[in-house]
Write a protein that binds this ligand. Structure first.
Ligand SMILES: *Cc1c(COP(=O)(O)O)cnc(C)c1O
Length: 377
């Protein structure tokens, strides 16, 4: 194994920027509101062990949010003792492990509630559950219109082995549609009132990153930010986060291409006149979107240079015609800053027809994550 993580292609991760984004959201909701940073999908691709250690060391969140029971189990194995909330409905096969590890499960289905309570009784532990209300997202949660019939049936299942500790809903369009945030919150409010809110020992929560930036006054007891902490912008109208991840690769080959020379699979770029090309040691096998072929850019020596031809699994070619002094071993930036030029993760997402979330979670294990220490080392 290579001892130099920066030998080929890698992600530089700026811990100070991550903490500053987190602090910005924490400040927006104010003291008294608990922070539950979402660290699902390997903390949006950045590396959950490092992210959790960093947040535990400096920020002291109330707990962590994950999507899968296994993600929660791994955090427990790593020594996390804070609350861990699993936000997707847990498959029946995982409920026993989740209860045993003291994970808090999201529920919206009475079958699951019964199974959780049974596991809780059997293990002698009380499992905490947060009830999800669907106020418009439709993928999970109890339909908000079913409150009057559903709440009594749910309450009847509570007792030994299960503790109801939270009530939440998830926003579907906080980045793009501000009125929808208030409409969803109004539907949710009816449940909070009927359930008794904090008086009944429930943590009530609604807001993701865009929700916090859009409507911090709706924070209630706890917020669940993800993307903004990790450097993804929620919307052009909303504040930009500090960039957290920079994607870099080495120049591994430089060549002069005579007019008519083609490059890459499908020979989709042909030099019109004499051109100079640099081959970078990064491709879609690292998570660089293939959609950037003949469209995206890389920065080398502070200059913005077009990607030419299709992106291969392992290499990508940029047109450096007219640039002197680019050589093998130089660093190219596919996301991040070089001199006064910058490529944001959102620019790359836009050019690839997707969102920053998919770019970040799409970085593959082949890319070393290189953490820059908070003190700038
Ligand atoms: C992923 C997720 C979040 C975080 O959303 P961001 O848009 O990344 O801030 C919050 N709540 C739930 C239930 C989620 O699944």
């Amino acid at each position: 194994m290579s001892t130099n993580p920066k030998a080929r292609a890698w992600l530089d991760i700026d811990a100070a920027a991550l903490l500053s984004n987190y602090a910005r959201l924490e400040k927006a909701v104010g003291p008294g509101v608990r922070m539950l940073p979402m660290v699902k999908a390997d903390a949006y691709g950045l590396g959950v062990a490092e992210v959790v250690a960093l947040l535990e060391g400096s920020a002291g969140p109330w707990g962590f949010g994950v999507a899968a029971v296994d993600e929660g189990l791994r955090l427990r194995s790593a020594g996390v003792v804070r609350p861990i909330v699993v936000f997707s409905p847990a498959p029946p096969q995982s409920i026993g492990d989740a209860v045993e590890a003291g994970l808090t499960l999201s529920v919206c289905d009475l079958e699951a509630v019964r199974a959780i309570a049974a596991h809780g009784r059997r293990s002698g532990k009380s499992a905490d559950v947060h009830l999800e209300v669907d106020t418009g997202i439709g993928r999970s949660g109890v339909d908000w219109r079913e409150r009057a019939t559903w709440l009594p049936r749910f309450r009847a299942e509570l007792g030994d082995g299960i503790r109801w500790t939270g009530l939440y809903t998830h926003l579907h369009s906080a980045e793009s549609d501000p009125p929808s945030v208030h409409a969803q919150d109004a539907r949710f409010s009816e449940w909070v009132e009927a359930a008794g809110g904090v008086r009944a020992g429930l943590l009530c929560h609604v807001l993701n990153s865009a929700g916090v930036l859009r409507a911090p006054e709706l924070a209630r007891d706890l917020v669940r930010p993800g993307i903004f902490v990790f450097g993804g912008r929620c919307d052009d109208e909303l504040p930009a986060p500090r960039p957290v991840a920079s994607l870099r690769a080495r120049v591994v080959y430089v060549r002069d291409a005579a007019a008519g020379t083609t490059v890459g699979y499908g020979a989709t770029h042909r030099a019109r006149a004499a051109e100079r090309w640099a081959t970078l040691s990064i491709g879609y096998g690292d998570g660089l979107p293939r959609a950037l072929g003949n469209r995206g850019h890389a920065l080398i020596h502070g200059a913005r240079l077009p990607i030419v031809g299709r992106i291969s699994m392992d290499v990508t070619v940029v047109n450096i015609t007219g640039m002197d002094g680019v050589g093998v071993g130089d660093v190219a930036t596919l996301i991040g800053r070089d001199g006064s030029e910058e490529i944001t993760v959102d620019e790359v997402a836009g050019q690839s027809g997707t969102i920053s979330y998919e770019i970040l979670t799409g970085f593959t294990p082949r890319l070393p994550r290189v953490w820059e220490r908070v003190d700038g080392g």
